[in-house]
Design a protein around this ligand. Structure first.
Ligand code: COA
Length: 211
């Protein structure tokens, strides 16, 4: 039996677990503490994070949507455990794009995701169900793109940004990508037509800075 450790016990972790099963792995979920472990009531093994290094011979993924928590876990465990990429079999890729994605660490690509081509992706990103990422996009580390979002060509998404469900980001230009700053949140259903500053929250159609 091939086993995969999944940090987290929430809905995102169980969705990651579903992809693991599709890829032929049996997930072991990792609860932060005893309280979290006590609330686990699914038919799959769950362990305490304190025991994680006893399983260091299996690969791991972080099934936690919160970008900063994923980064903190990587800082805690890098060089001690191996992180894996979870790629749902229904995800599709442009020419040469799949091999670029497979070289990364810790990324989750959910069902129905489409990457076209010449896309540079950082490590530990989550691309949720039915996301489309078009040509010449750059996605930095620890980004989460929520379900159904469409990222048009020539967009640059900064470190740890969170793109809410059903967002549309309009295309940038070849030599001037449309930039979403680091640590920025884009609300669900937003249409982004201009660059977005770092450390901000944008929402609406067209997007306006709300925080
Ligand atoms: C944008 C978001 C992060 C803001 O959350 P928040 O900081 O708690 O903000 P609030 O709920 O206080 O809303 C602030 C204002 O923005 C408006 N607003 C919030 N989200 C909005 C959205 N997605 N689109 C348009 N307006 C929105 C609110 O109506 C409110 O307006 P008001 O001041 O006129 O009443 C949140 O609403 C959101 O969209 N999250 C993404 C959810 C998602 O995609 N989940 C996917 C999980 S995988």
């Amino acid at each position: 039996m091939k086993r995969l450790g999944i940090f987290g016990t929430s809905g995102m972790a169980r969705e990651a677990g579903d992809i693991a099963y599709e890829m032929g792995y049996t997930p072991i979920y990792i609860a932060r503490d005893q309280t979290e472990l006590d609330t686990w009531h699914f038919h799959a093994e769950a362990i305490l994070e304190a025991d994680v290094l006893r399983y260091r011979d299996i690969p791991f993924i972080i099934g936690i949507g919160e970008n900063l928590i994923r980064q903190q876990l990587v800082q805690r465990y890098e060089r001690q455990i191996n992180f894996f990429n979870l790629i749902h079999p229904s995800a599709t890729f442009g020419r040469e794009q799949r091999s670029l994605i497979e070289k990364l660490q810790g990324i989750i690509v959910c069902a129905g995701v489409r990457f076209t081509n010449n896309i540079k992706v950082g490590n530990f990103c989550i691309f949720n169900q039915n996301v489309t990422i078009a040509h010449d996009v750059i996605v930095e580390d620890f980004v989460h793109v929520a379900p159904g979002s469409i990222i048009s060509g020539n967009v640059h998404i900064g470190l740890r940004s969170w793109i809410g469900a059903g967002t549309v980001i309009n295309q940038g230009e070849n030599n001037r990508k449309l930039h979403i700053g680091a640590d920025t949140i884009i609300g669900s259903g937003t249409v982004v037509v201009k660059p977005c500053e770092a450390n901000a929250v944008y929402a609406g159609v067209p997007a306006k800075r709300i925080k």
